[in-house]
Design a protein around this ligand. Structure first.
Ligand code: B1M
Length: 211
């Protein structure tokens, strides 16, 4: 019998081969891909997020858990596509122009994916117009920007202005983060939300989708 609790536990402990194998077994036994996602992967990543918030897990543990989740996702994704399962939302994410730091951005992307969002990751050093194009092409509801340098924080405002100039600011919610970024800065540049870490980025994205 497929044990989705064991799958969630394998994600929490970051045991990628076990997670992958349990995912394959559950699918082979006929468990619906959406159930495997919700009760295995997302349930596991929720616990990882809680542990991260409570300082029981640090960046390495989260990265290892996220890697296990991604191994399972490789097996699950084609099956989800076959069943026409919808993600809870689409997020275009990237590190802003001039900035090459991507560890935090990747962590946020992986946590969002673990929460059921579809992620379009544009990488680092992303030009404002590329954020706009990708968001429109994908029909994304959320654009996420990361910056780690005080010198690249202004690129967040430039990107928001690019959405305004193209007349599409109201088509997306924009969330920002990164070590030097603050709520006050987010308010000042007209972002829709700021989160200090990857776990609260998931809460924020869910709130923005629901708003
Ligand atoms: Co750079 N670097 N770096 N660096 N680097 C910092 C950021 C720095 C604070 C180091 C220092 O001086 N003490 C400093 C910035 C100073 C400042 O502007 N305030 C700095 C500098 C100056 C530079 C260079 C200019 C150095 C040089 O060349 N002279 C250069 C710039 C290159 C460029 O980007 N153009 C540079 C280069 C690099 C490396 C390439 C060597 C490497 C990056 C490798 C990579 O990312 N692939 C690097 C690294 C690793 C760091 C430090 C050591 C670690 C950053 C990190 O990954 N943290 C950093 C010093 C430090 O923080 N101790 C430093 C871990 C990560 C999980 O945290 O990214 O904050 P963080 O993400 C968190 C939250 O912020 C939040 O969630 C994440 C998880 O909880 N979050 C979001 C992040 N994005 C979010 C988006 C959201 C929501 C939440 O919504 C969309």
């Amino acid at each position: 019998m497929a044990d989705l609790n064991a799958l969630a536990e394998a994600i929490i402990k970051g045991k990628a081969p076990v997670a992958r194998q349990l995912t394959e077994e559950a699918l082979a036994e006929g468990v619906a891909p959406q159930t495997v996602l919700n009760e295995g992967l997302i349930a596991g990543m929720n616990v990882v997020g809680q542990k991260f918030k409570a300082n029981e897990y640090y960046v390495p543990e989260v990265l290892i858990a996220a890697r296990a989740m991604q191994q399972s996702m490789q097996v699950l994704k084609p099956k989800l596509a076959e069943t026409g399962a919808e993600p809870i939302g689409k997020v275009v994410i990237g590190t802003v122009q001039g900035d090459l730091h991507d560890i935090g951005k990747n962590l946020v992307a992986m946590m969002l994916e673990g929460a059921g969002f579809e992620i379009i990751d544009l990488g680092v050093d992303v030009k404002p117009e590329d954020f706009v194009k990708a968001a429109l092409d994908a029909g994304a509801q959320i654009v996420g920007m990361s910056a780690l340098l005080t010198t690249t924080m202004p690129a967040m405002e430039t990107t928001i202005n690019q959405f305004k100039e193209q007349g599409v600011r109201d088509k997306v919610k924009i969330m920002i983060g990164g070590a030097p970024v603050t709520q006050e800065f987010a308010n000042r540049i007209g972002a829709d939300g700021y989160s200090p870490d990857a776990a609260s980025a998931v809460d924020l994205a869910k709130a923005l989708i629901a708003a």
